[in-house]
Design a protein around this ligand. Structure first.
Ligand code: HEC
Length: 244
């Protein structure tokens, strides 16, 4: 991987999918070679959201018991809220009160909805990602990546994960802290990895405490050479951050 590509990888620039952009009343960002004339007309009225963005009611799941303290859960909750985990792990829908799409908190942290829509737009030249209408699916140059369910449901979420696995995700940048596939972009794992172990445990404690939702998010299936490439990039990033 050349240096400019790895810089671009770190910068994580998103080209927001046209659906979300138009629903927000803004235009998709495009590289303009010449100066743009000033906009004089009023911004377009947000389009009605496509029917598929109206999410079905969440299905309650089943969480295992835990023995984390109130203090750990409170600390973990602050880190999750500040760390923008909801932006990508909670599906977005139109919030009637706000009049715009935002994370739908009745499905808090339950990941890309099972059967939910992929991004409809294609990548333009140089784009790194197009984000789907629920902000939980990301078309990357190598395929679509989906956010997993972080609620403590035993079958489809994090209820069967151990604390050790959770820490391993961030210390090794590998799926479930194992020795297999790397964690894929755009998961901002380096940001989370900058936290000390006790904060990672606090995040895990908080995730154990939230309402379990049954939702089997799809899993990205990039080809083997892409996985090898991302694994090598993640290793280099781990070394880079260790030296900071
Ligand atoms: C920019 C979007 C984005 C944000 C913000 C984000 N995530 Fe993720 N996350 C993802 C995506 C996409 C994946 C799936 C990556 C993959 O398939 O390897 C993921 C995967 C994960 C995983 C599973 C990793 C594994 O073992 O496969 C965990 C745990 C996780 N995120 C936790 C968090 C936490 C905690 C936060 C907040 C501090 C957070 N994420 C914020 C996009 C995001």
């Amino acid at each position: 991987m050349n240096r400019s590509r790895s810089r671009a990888r770190i910068a994580i620039l998103f080209s927001i999918g046209s659906t979300a952009a138009s629903a927000l009343g803004c235009e998709p960002v495009r590289a303009e070679p010449a100066a743009r004339p000033a906009r004089t007309e009023a911004p377009a009225r947000p389009e009605a959201p496509p029917a598929h963005v109206r999410l079905a009611a969440p299905v309650p799941g089943k969480a295992p018991p835990h023995s984390y303290s109130e203090e750990q859960i409170r600390r973990g909750g602050s880190l999750v809220k500040f760390g923008s985990c909801n932006d990508c792990h909670t599906p977005w829908a139109i919030n009637e009160q706000v009049g715009a799409p935002m994370p739908e908190m009745s499905r808090m942290l339950s990941g890309h909805p099972e059967g939910g829509p992929d991004p409809r737009g294609e990548l333009g030249p140089g784009d790194l990602a197009v984000i789907g209408p629920t902000f939980t699916s990301f078309r990357m140059p190598f395929g679509v990546v989906y956010t997993p369910n972080l609620t403590p449901d035993i079958d489809t979420g994090t209820g069967s994960w151990s604390e050790e696995m959770f820490l391993g995700i961030f210390r090794k940048a590998k799926h479930l802290g194992g020795d297999g596939r790397p964690v894929l972009p755009p998961m901002p794992w380096p940001m989370v990895a900058s936290l000390p172990d006790e904060d990672l445990v606090a995040i895990f404690a908080y995730l154990r405490s939230i309402p379990p939702i049954r939702n089997a998010s799809p899993v990205a299936q990039p080809p083997a050479p892409v996985l090898e490439h991302v694994a090598a990039v993640n290793d280099r990033m781990l070394k880079l951050f260790a030296s900071h």
